[in-house]
Design a protein around this ligand. Structure first.
Ligand code: PLP
Length: 458
């Protein structure tokens, strides 16, 4: 049998809004052509993010009822800490309300002007936290990772030679740690191989620099290793994840992804001294050591989520659903980043709308049309999110212009997925009509969240 069935059935349903194109034109204009300003009641299929949008299982909901809301020493905390320690092996687990809170604490401690933080590719909030502290966030992605039309197994990898060069240039004393994002969200949800984690660690070890995994999608990464890397076919997802973490000295985690929950995160550190400092910041900014900004029932849901995310039937559907959508688009000739990755399908806006230059945000123009034809919400990952200017004020474009359609976990069915494919195909058929966009208002950091736009010529 070929059909990949959802390894669950549905117990609770939630209505989704159906709108007309005319309505959507108004909603989008009122939102300044920024999907973050759209109201979800105006969105039919919401692919803005896979973060915190998971459908929880009946066991997780039961856990919410069973949560122990004690301020200190909650039973729910120890359940959470146990499973996180079992998977990661790290000594100090510091709970935070989401991933960026872990980043904020970590980079408050280690980042300042003169400091460089390398990564394969920094996620936007990671970069934001590093730059806000005055340090330099530098990506070292393998070249193939920047070529959306090339099929390769591990396009999220760190370029270890670039990393070595960077360390020598900036000086190891100015690099307090190195991040490695698994899977590599910014590079298209592409996985990082076990060999690359080992190679990265070995370069860092030469210079005494700790490795910190940005582990939001560790289970999806482990699944790709099992499927694509020789020697891992007969290992369990948990064993592979444990090996991934064994090469690292700590991790930041948004449990809104592979924690299969609606909120949560943690900072994990083997270094006791750094962990002590982090715990002080945790208490000042997030909450006490045994809840860190979450309700204790959230910790129950997370503890169960970390069990379910390692189930292979879950991951097979998860990655399979994304591949299914990607294949439908490829069959229709719609340009996407290949191969499909762990949590999203990315439209390649450079090939989709080659007539729009990067500084007029081709990706944003594509996602606006996609919303107008279908009510599907997505997000730009390109010049709008990462574009910068040189000293003379000329636009500097990032290597790729992408539109990310992130798939929430266990939320949408195959019919929903077919609808999204049809919407993309229709948008592609309208591509010659797509217009460039201009900024009306922007903030200094993480501008894409609050930017206001209009079409060029309006
Ligand atoms: C989502 C995400 C973060 C930030 O986590 P939040 O929970 O959204 O604060 C950091 N890194 C990566 C790779 C992410 O995908």
């Amino acid at each position: 049998m070929k059909t990949l069935i959802e390894p669950f059935k549905i117990k609770t349903v939630e209505e989704i809004p159906i709108t007309t194109r005319e309505q959507r034109e108004k909603y989008l204009k009122d939102a300044f052509y920024n999907p973050f300003f759209l109201r979800s009641e105006h969105v039919t299929i919401d692919l803005l993010t896979d973060s915190g949008t998971t459908a929880m299982s009946s066991k997780q909901w039961a856990g919410l009822m069973d949560g122990d809301e004690a301020y200190a020493g909650s039973r729910s905390y120890y359940k959470f800490e146990n499973i996180v320690k079992e998977i990661t092996g790290f000594k100090n687990i510091i709970p935070t309300h989401q991933g960026r809170a872990a980043e904020k604490i970590l980079f408050t401690l280690v980042a300042k002007p003169g400091i460089t933080i390398p990564s394969n590719s920094h996620f936007d909030t990671t970069r934001g936290n590093i730059e806000y502290a005055g340090a330099d966030a530098v990506d070292n992605l393998v070249d193939v990772g920047m070529q959306p039309e090339i099929e390769a197994d591990f396009k999220g990898n760190m370029d270890v030679e670039k990393l070595r060069k960077l360390i020598l240039e900036r000086g190891p004393q100015n690099i307090p740690l190195c991040m490695l994002t698994v899977t590599n969200n910014t590079a298209g949800g592409q996985p990082v191989s076990m060999q690359n984690i080992r190679d990265t660690k070995s370069v860092l070890k030469e210079f005494g620099i700790p490795l910190i995994l940005d582990a939001c999608r560790f289970a999806e990464n482990a699944y790709f290793i099992k499927k694509r890397e020789p020697g891992y076919q007969n290992k369990t997802i948990k064993e592979i994840a444990q090996e991934m973490f064994s090469y690292a000295d700590g991790a930041t985690m948004s449990a809104k992804k592979d924690g299969l929950s609606n909120t949560g995160g943690f900072l994990a550190l083997n270094n006791d001294e750094l962990a002590e400092q982090a715990k002080v910041l945790l208490i000042i900014t997030e909450g006490f050591l045994t809840y860190g900004g979450m309700t204790r029932r959230d910790l129950e849901a997370l503890a169960q989520g970390f069990v379910e995310v390692l189930e292979e039937s879950y991951l097979e559907l998860r990655i399979g659903q994304i591949q299914y959508l990607g294949n439908k688009l490829l069959e229709a000739g719609v340009p996407i980043l290949q191969p499909t990755g762990g949590h999203a399908v990315y439209l390649d806006a450079k090939r989709f709308a080659p007539h729009i230059p990067p500084h007029q945000f081709p990706g944003q123009s594509v996602l606006c049309e996609l919303y107008l034809v279908s009510g599907v919400r997505s997000v730009e990952i390109g010049s709008l999110m990462f574009g910068k200017e040189d000293a003379a004020g000329n636009p500097l474009a990032p290597p790729m212009e992408l539109v990310r359609m992130a798939i929430p976990r266990r939320v949408y069915t195959q019919a929903h997925t077919d609808y999204v494919a049809e919407a993309c195909i229709e948008t592609y058929q309208n591509r010659s009509k797509l217009r460039g966009m201009k900024i009306v208002h922007e903030a200094k950091y993480l501008r894409h969240f609050t930017i206001k736009l209009d079409y060029v010529g309006n």
